[in-house]
Structure formats: C-alpha cells, structure tokens
Design a protein around this ligand. Structure first.
Ligand SMILES: Nc1ncnc2c1ncn2[C@@H]1O[C@H](COP(=O)(O)OP(=O)(O)OP(=O)(O)O)[C@@H](O)[C@H]1O
Ligand SMILES: [Mg+2]
Length: 281
C-alpha cells in the first residue's frame, strides 16, 4: 500500500474515531516540558505590515479565500496538527514533500494562518526553502530595504529586523527570505541559524515554529535541518507526486518524526476534503 493510500485510509479511520493517536515507535521527543499558558500581553509584536488583499486572494491565502469548504478543511487540518503536536509535546516542524510544486508553501502558509487563528496559538512561519524562497511572494512582503533571513544569516540583521506581523492575525509572525541561496545546506546548520532557532524558541508565549522547506529528495536540506525541529509534515500532491519518489522518500522519512501526511488537491470533496490529513507513518 502506498503512503497516499495509507494516509487516506488512516485519515478515514481517524475521522471515525474522532481523534489522532500518539505516535508509537519513533525516536524520543526533543523536549519534555509542557508549553506555558499563552500570555498575549507579554507577546512581542514584530514589524507590522499591511498586505495587499488582491495578492492574498490571488495566492489562495486562506484569510482571503472565498471557499468555505477549503477554509473548513484547513481548520480540520489545524485541529489535527495541534492535537498531534500537543500529544507529543512538539512545537517545531518542517513542511516538506517529495517533489516540486506539490503545494508545500501554500500549505505551510495557510496552516500557519489557521493555527494562529486559534486564540491560544502563536506561530512563527519561516521560509527555509533557501533555493526557492516563495513566502514573501505569496504574501506580497517586500519593497525597498526589506530584510529577511539571508540578512540575519549574514549578520546584517537581528530577529526584530526580519520578523513581520502581517496584521491578518495578531498571533502570526513571518520570517521571509528574499535571496536565492544555492548550495546552501551548510547555512541551515550554521551557528547563526541555530542561534535564530533558539531565539524563536525563547519567545513567550511559546510559538509553534513552521519551516517551509524544499522537497526531501531535492537535496539534503531537510535531513540537515531535522535536528532543529521535532518532525516533518509531508505534503503529497494528488496527481503530482510519483509513487517511486514516495518510496525513495520513505527511507529518509524513517529518520524523522512524522507530524502527518497531507494529501493536497484531494479530488474527493466532502466536508473533510481539499486536504486529507493523516498521522500515518
Ligand atoms: N490545494 C490547492 N489548490 C489549488 N492550487 C494549489 C493548491 N496547492 C497548491 N496550489 C498551487 O500550486 C502551485 C505550487 O504550490 P506551492 O508553491 O505551494 O508548491 P511547493 O510544493 O511549495 O513548490 P516548490 O517545490 O516549488 O517549493 C501554486 O501555484 C499554488 O497556488
Ligand atoms: Mg515551496
């Protein structure tokens, strides 16, 4: 049975049971302390941004998406991911996939937004697809003098210079990247990158950190960065992900915790469709 079939089967099973189960047989969680209760008053506000509604609508960003079914599906995805994170006491994960163009970035953005719409949940969304950074384009962040991840990694900026509060949801902060950085896996394990991850984790209230990353098979980026996150959320594109590629990805995935599998562009449109989510391994 392929991962897709397995994901769909387990997704249906979970829907019947009404809850996700803790993941058994995986490597131990990175940390064991429970997240403190959110305290909105103490939360840092980052550089405020006014985003262009047309850009968001064009990019299919959930806050401006006129599709009730899609919005509902993202909420279901949010609830399942949240439960999964809480059960395992995880708070940082990478969104990845097997091949290009499966919807990783759109899923990462919309899931970050959906999570931040939950009143108890604060989120950092960071663009770690160093070779094909797209978050800034999707959200329309940029303009003269805008600083992003590459400025931080070069030591030309601090966290407060590169983190943006897009204003759609108070509890979301975005760290975009404006610079294409080829052959860059070393940057993901550089002391400066680790410093950034520590800074994100030190924020109060504690935030869920979502890293948008390239496909697993494209390079060693996800594998190199894996120690910095608790797990990966795998986006599988219905009709775009090839089975052979999925099989090859399985070996790499075996070394990581799986937050879940998202079947993007699910053709079956019922109240759960658009995304089909599974905590399948
Ligand atoms: N569920 C969806 N419904 C409609 N369009 C979608 C959906 N998911 C993604 N797309 C579209 O597919 C294209 C690729 O999406 P996205 O950039 O999120 O993919 P990606 O996996 O991040 O690509 P890359 O491998 O280049 O980083 C975009 O034009 C996006 O708007
Ligand atoms: Mg992408």
């Amino acid at each position: 049975m392929s991962i897709i079939e397995e994901a769909v089967r387990k997704s249906a099973e979970q829907r019947r049971r009404g809850q996700a189960e803790p993941q058994a047989g995986r490597r131990p969680t990175r940390r064991v302390t429970a997240a403190p209760a959110p305290d909105a008053a103490s939360a840092r506000r980052f550089r405020s941004l006014a985003l262009d509604p047309q850009t968001l609508e064009h990019g299919r960003i959930i806050s401006h998406l006129n599709d009730e079914g899609a919005r509902r599906a993202y909420k279901i995805l949010r609830t399942r991911v949240l439960r999964r994170l809480q059960t395992n006491q995880w708070n940082a994960f990478a969104v990845t996939g097997v091949s290009p163009g499966e919807g990783k970035t759109l899923t990462a953005i919309n899931l970050a937004l959906a999570l931040a719409q939950d009143i108890n949940t604060w989120v950092f969304l960071i663009d770690l697809d160093l070779e094909r950074p797209r978050i800034a384009e999707y959200l329309g962040i940029g303009g003269a003098g805008a600083k992003g991840l590459s400025d931080y990694l070069d030591g030309r900026a601090d966290l407060e210079d590169i983190a943006y509060s897009p204003g759609i949801v108070e509890r979301l902060a975005v760290i975009p990247n404006f610079e294409h950085m080829p052959q860059s896996s070393e940057l993901l394990t550089s002391p400066r990158m680790l410093e950034l991850m520590q800074a994100l984790e030190a924020e109060t209230p504690r935030r869920i950190v979502i890293a948008d990353m390239p496909p697993i098979l494209a390079a060693d980026h996800v594998l190199a960065f894996a120690p910095q996150v608790d797990g990966v959320l795998l986006v599988v594109g219905e009709g775009t992900t090839e089975r052979d590629a999925l099989r090859s990805a399985k070996e790499v995935l075996a070394e990581m915790n799986l937050v879940g599998v998202v079947l993007n562009r699910a053709s079956e449109r019922n109240e759960y469709a658009y995304y089909s989510y599974s905590a399948a391994s």
